[in-house]
Design a protein around this ligand. Structure first.
Ligand code: NA7
Length: 553
């Protein structure tokens, strides 16, 4: 292909992670010509890039897997309750091979621009290599946490040692034996990587700005019997997943904290702690996300656990979050995170009161002039979440309008699936969908199914253009904000709200009403002929002379 001859396809899918692979499978099965463009050298998306030590999903393996192939479900053997990154990556490689998806995937291909042509109802998608694809539809399967935040410190070039970013970890791994390591970042990633780095480093200094609420994963190696028992009832478990607000099998709690005596509350929290993971303490009461008093009970429980685990009281205090509600920042799920601070080779440095000012030749300089000396630095400083990957592409919609301009004050979508002004463009788990508040696999499958059905409907009705209506989009965003503002999530500075990226517009970007109501709404919209979207036929395709017959609902 040359720059002058775009390849024509039905659908361009951007990204070959969980969403992109399923899209290729599904759309191809509908007889569509689909090409999937992926910037990585391999498939897997998040699970391709995040190969730092300790990287692991915080949703159980048997629930964090595709639900659309009973054969795949039965044949794939998971080894642990929570899957390690190499295992998830191997699973996705297996899926790409088993379903023969690779012929549709172009690896090492970063998409730079996508431009809509109103006169032809066609997108032109450009890649960094100068290739161009023309498509009737574009689906952005680019993930919610795929654009890494660069280490925001001056002087990195002057550092004499090696530095690493968790989301771009060397394939061959890193040996920290005999090294003094400085580690920046104590979010979900830091909590997973710190215990692993501590095992080999001569000394590990953790530079903490905001302490995290973390609960134990309670991981174990699954026995074949345990796995077989679950698999024998896989369909029922999948149904359960689809019934809960989060896409996990754990049923949502139904009773508020105030329904229980203090002793009962502590017992429920202890049971949650023992159960582990996202289905543990956060499922103790129904009002943890909405009631400050109920939330504080869980916060204090977590802080007590930290005090019990961490032997040095000053370190325990520094590790204890006190300034925001639990769950308002993403709760961390760990394996021996707090225990790691009892190791003689680990120290905790408070960079909230004494902030990092620059990286120097021999380490990290703090505001008081002291230097945390290091042979290596690890940055686990997070992502430009939710919108970063969409805005990384220069997307120009109807009449040349740029997504970057339209979203200058924050994202706007209808159902997290489509955007007014950007016809025939879909987002998987886009802003204002449940996305990161759920098991992503269930959420993304719902979206892929909805998008595929929508394209099938368009084709069955001879329609060529679908676009979210501006009023429907405004109403949807208002509804999402109303739900979010009734929770405690806005009481913390978090990546959920865009607070971690300087200059980013701030505010909730998710639908917090639960997966069930959300799915019902999306299904209803489809059943009503794509209510809230405007559907039309390009003049040249329309019967009669109607200029772009409009089927808007
Ligand atoms: P997070 O949760 O955004 O965590 C990033 C961490 O990096 C967090 O502790 C930040 O502290 C820290 N950070 C960022 N910039 C600085 C500076 N300038 N100085 C000190 N510390 C800094 O990213 P993760 O990768 O851990 O997790 C992201 C999601 O990926 C996770 O929730 C899962 O869904 C998967 P701060 O909080 O800003 O004070």
């Amino acid at each position: 292909m040359t720059a002058g001859s775009p390849k024509g396809v039905d659908v361009v899918v951007v990204g070959a992670g969980f969403s992109g692979l399923y899209l290729v499978h599904k759309l191809r099965a509908q007889g569509l010509d689909v090409v999937c463009l992926e910037m990585g050298d391999g498939v897997g998306g998040t699970w391709y890039w995040n190969r730092y030590p300790g990287a692991r999903c915080d949703v159980p393996s048997l629930e964090y897997s595709y639900t659309w192939s009973p054969g795949l479900e039965q044949e794939w053997e998971w080894t642990e309750r929570y899957p390690r990154q190499p295992e998830i990556r191997a699973y996705l490689d297996h899926v790409a091979d088993r379903f023969d998806l690779r012929p549709h995937i172009r690896l090492s291909t970063r998409v730079t621009a996508a431009t809509f042509d109103d006169a032809r109802d066609r997108w032109t998608v450009e890649t960094e290599h100068g290739d161009r694809y023309e498509a009737r539809y574009v689906v952005m399967a680019t993930g919610c946490l795929s654009v890494r935040k660069k280490p925001p410190f001056e002087g990195l070039d002057s550092f004499a040692g090696d530095w690493y970013q968790t989301s771009d970890w060397p394939e061959e791994g890193v040996d920290f034996t005999g090294k003094k390591v400085a580690f920046v970042g104590t979010g979900s990633t830091g909590c997973q990587a710190i215990p692993q780095v501590a095992k080999t480093a001569e000394h590990l200094a953790v530079l903490q700005r905001t302490p995290c609420f973390s609960v134990p994963a309670v991981n174990w190696e699954m026995t074949p019997e345990e796995q077989a028992t679950f698999k024998a009832h896989y369909r029922e478990h999948r149904e359960e997943q689809r019934r809960t607000p989060t896409g996990l099998t754990n049923p949502a709690p139904t009773r508020p904290a105030a329904d229980f005596t203090p002793e009962e509350q502590q017992r429920l929290l202890e049971e949650g702690w023992e159960f582990g993971g996202p289905g543990g303490v956060m499922m103790a009461f129904s009002d943890i996300a909405t009631d400050a008093e109920a939330n504080e009970i869980v916060c204090e429980f977590d802080r007590r656990k930290i005090r019990e685990i961490v032997k040095d009281p000053a370190t325990a205090e520094l590790l204890s979050p006190t300034t925001y509600p639990i769950g308002a920042r993403r709760i961390c799920i760990d394996i021996d995170y707090f225990e790691t601070y009892n190791r003689p080779n680990v120290s905790l440095v408070d960079v909230a009161s004494n902030e990092i000012t620059e990286i120097v030749r021999n380490g990290v300089r703090l505001a008081d002039g002291s230097v945390v000396e290091a042979d290596a630095i690890v940055f686990a400083v997070g992502f430009d979440a939710m919108t970063g990957a969409l805005l990384a592409v220069d997307i120009r919609g109807s009449e040349g309008v740029a997504l970057r301009d339209v979203w200058a004050h924050g994202p706007q979508t209808y159902l997290g699936l489509g955007m007014s002004g950007f016809p025939n463009l879909f987002t998987v788990t886009g802003p204002f969908s449940p996305s990161v508040f759920t098991n992503m696999i269930i959420s993304l499958e719902d979206h892929v199914d909805w998008i595929s059905d929508c394209i099938a409907y368009m084709d069955a009705h001879g329609l060529t253009r679908i676009e979210a209506r501006h009023d429907a989009q405004n109403d949807w965003v208002d509804e999402c904000l109303e739900i979010a503002n009734a929770t405690l999530m806005t009481r913390a500075k978090s990546w959920y709200l865009g607070c971690n990226i300087p200059g980013k517009p701030l505010g909730p970007m998710q639908y917090l009403g639960g997966l069930g109501p959300y799915r019902e709404r999306c299904n209803e919209v489809a059943a009503n002929g794509y209510e809230g979207f405007q559907l039309s036929v390009l003049k040249e395709h329309a019967h009669g002379d109607a200029p772009g017959t409009v089927f808007g609902v």
